[in-house]
Design a protein around this ligand. Structure first.
Ligand code: URA
Length: 236
């Protein structure tokens, strides 16, 4: 049975399919000892030996997914040229190699999924599934009902309107307002850019849920393995 090289890399749990395409394009993937950069190359796992950065990539691992309550000060990349701590370093006891699903800024806290299941990561991030992500943002000032409605309808970010969002002011703290916001897309720094655009920069940001999967009582810096019913909640 043959399958596309990027799908094979994702199924083995190396990374998401999108990331696999980047690795292939960067010349980091070899098939039978030869660098392959052609996208869509078909391989037969029974016949071909695939490696990435010189390490064999093999199927057959169990897929695992964890929910981490990310602290501020940790990067969501797998390595950091500036030597800052990575979120993966918080999963010390986890022997399986997992990677973060999407990203959170260095100073953002809260829910972050890590998995070795490239197909699941792809599904969570693909806009067609519209997975809901909920954040609590502490923003400067007191956004008016008109501003809240404007953010809900959509605002232009980098030439493209944001998809409809839902917002709920939760509390007033002096000259700052705590707002719950749920979005269905995941553009880079989307929440901070949306609030900055309407004149209420974000002072603190925390992601509280993916779909109906919430952090619950998971303390900052702690993680837990997800079971099939948790995984279903991501898509609700
Ligand atoms: N939006 C942001 O602006 N930052 C994050 O970390 C996540 C969503």
């Amino acid at each position: 049975m043959t399958l596309r090289l990027q799908k094979y890399l994702a199924q083995c749990g190396l990374c998401s399919r999108r990331r696999a395409e980047e690795l292939i394009a960067a010349g980091r993937v070899m098939v039978d000892g030869r660098v392959v950069t052609a996208m869509g190359t078909q391989i037969d796992p029974g016949l071909h030996q695939v490696s990435c950065d010189g390490q064999p990539v093999l199927p057959g691992e169990q897929t695992v997914t964890y929910l981490l309550n990310k602290p501020a000060g940790y990067v969501t990349t797998l390595a950091d040229p500036q030597g800052r701590p990575t979120v993966v370093s918080l999963l010390k006891e986890v022997l399986t190699r997992v990677f973060p699903v999407g990203r959170l800024d260095l100073d953002t806290e809260g829910a972050l999924l890590l998995t070795n299941d490239g197909e699941l990561a792809q599904k969570i991030q693909h806009p067609s599934h519209g997975v809901k992500k909920t954040y609590e943002a502490l923003v400067a000032g007191r956004p008016s009902p008109g501003t809240i409605a404007q953010l809900e309808r959509g605002v232009p970010l980098e030439g493209k309107m944001t998809a409809p969002a839902s917002l709920q002011p939760l509390a007033q703290r002096g000259e700052e307002t705590l707002i719950r916001i749920t979005i269905h897309e995941g553009r880079k720094r989307q929440i901070k850019m949306m609030f900055r655009l309407v004149g209420h920069p974000v002072r603190h940001l925390r992601r509280t849920a993916y779909g109906r999967l919430t952090l619950g009582d998971l303390a900052i810096g702690r993680f837990r393995e997800l079971n099939p019913s948790d995984l279903k909640k991501i898509f609700l």
